[in-house]
Design a protein around this ligand. Structure first.
Ligand SMILES: C[S@@+](CC[C@H](N)C(=O)[O-])C[C@H]1O[C@@H](n2cnc3c(N)ncnc32)[C@H](O)[C@@H]1O
Length: 354
């Protein structure tokens, strides 16, 4: 993917005559670092309106022209930029996915990706012990500037991902058209709530999360102009009984990308609280990577395996559908169904409260 091989190179690779491990490392991590740097210093945004010569671009992004050119050469060879007569322009790939004016902009997630890569530094420990080696930043002290910056990057990255790739669960979730109240458990950045509110004009969403998550959600509420249709509740979903003041109030509850953070017994306990917040007949929608599916897409399979590896490192993991169905049935839900989602390469599971 970031490696663009010529026909001859592809043929050599198929014949196992290229040293592919030397392309996977150090070339692939090098390309990743070049891309992250380009997003951080704003190269793709600087080129989003007009192509620019090196000196002008260097002035716009505040870089030394000779230093910048080293990076630009890599970006040209990896297919993110084109260069003709000393003038640089974004390729369609960069323009669509990496510029802030595009509705498909995933640059915030690219900028967040080193925090994910840092989790993989623990891979040897995980392989040897199969035990958590670090914690997610949610449990760290958010008043420490470094943690605060990390959480901001995290929520901005997740919001970009949800906005760009998250419309499929909104399209496919069979929620009743007369639904008026949605609970977004661990919904932080609120991007999924915004997508649901846009599709269902009568819907009001309540987002439950930790304080830094809520601050991210409040920024989204302001940017989307949906402040009066989004409410925020600060609560620790594991330790607090957030359901007590909300019993039987919601038509829909989202449990999106939460299960992989938690151990089975804790998922069961949190889902029991979520179920209590639903009205009888209300729907719980679970989205996450599910392990026991046969994936037709190699990318989806790779994603699930990486997710399981990453989440085990931070104390969670990915679960099979049978485990999720059992949790849901144990907390009084029925009609449990699963749907494979194409875009976030995840699985959606729905269940209805008895
Ligand atoms: C992987 S993110 C998923 C965010 C969002 N639901 C999505 O799908 O993009 C996990 C979310 O759970 C929240 N979270 C983690 N632990 C929590 C806790 N103990 N109490 C409340 N929220 C928590 C995080 O702040 C974050 O918003």
């Amino acid at each position: 993917m970031p490696l663009r091989l010529t026909l001859l190179e592809s043929l050599l690779q198929r014949l196992n005559l290229l040293p592919t491990p030397l392309l996977d490392t150090p070339l692939a991590p090098g390309i990743a670092k070049a891309l992250i740097t380009a997003c951080e210093i704003g190269i793709f945004d600087a080129l989003s309106k007009h192509p620019l010569p090196l000196n002008v671009l260097a002035g716009r992004v505040n870089c030394d022209p000779c230093g910048l050119q080293l990076l630009l050469h890599v970006l040209v060879e990896t297919g993110y930029l084109r260069q003709k007569n000393g003038v640089y322009r974004n390729t369609n790939l960069a323009q669509r996915w990496l510029t802030s004016g595009s509705r498909f902009n995933v640059a915030p997630y690219v900028i967040h990706s080193p925090d994910i890569v840092a989790i993989w530094d623990h891979l040897p420990e995980i392989v040897q012990s199969n035990k958590a080696a670090m914690r997610m930043p949610y449990e760290e002290d958010a008043s420490v500037p470094q943690t605060q910056a990390q959480l901001e990057r995290h929520y901005a990255g997740l919001a970009a991902l949800a906005t760009v790739l998250g419309s499929e669960p909104i399209m496919r979730a069979p929620i009743p058209t007369n639904a008026t109240a949605l609970l977004d458990v661990g919904g932080s950045h609120a991007a999924y709530s915004v997508l649901f509110c846009r599709k269902y004009p009568k819907l009001h969403a309540t987002i439950v999360d930790i304080q830094p998550g809520i601050e991210a959600g409040q920024r989204t509420a302001k940017q989307s102009g949906l402040q009066d249709r989004l409410s925020f509740v600060y609560s620790d979903i594991v330790r607090d009984d957030f359901a007590a003041p909300m019993e039987n109030q919601f038509d829909v509850a989202l449990y999106f990308h939460i299960a992989h953070l938690l151990q089975p017994a804790i998922n069961q306990a949190v889902l029991a609280k979520v179920a209590r917040t639903l009205k009888p007949g209300g729907m719980l929608i679970y989205v996450d990577q599910v392990t026991n599916r046969r994936y037709r897409m190699r990318l989806a399979a790779l994603m699930v395996h990486f997710m399981a590896l990453t989440m085990t490192t931070v104390g969670g993991t990915c679960y099979p559908f049978t485990a999720v169905r059992q949790w849901l049935e144990n907390v009084g839900m029925e009609q449990v169904q699963q749907y494979s989602l194409f875009t976030p390469l995840a699985t959606m599971i729905t269940a209805v409260k008895r």
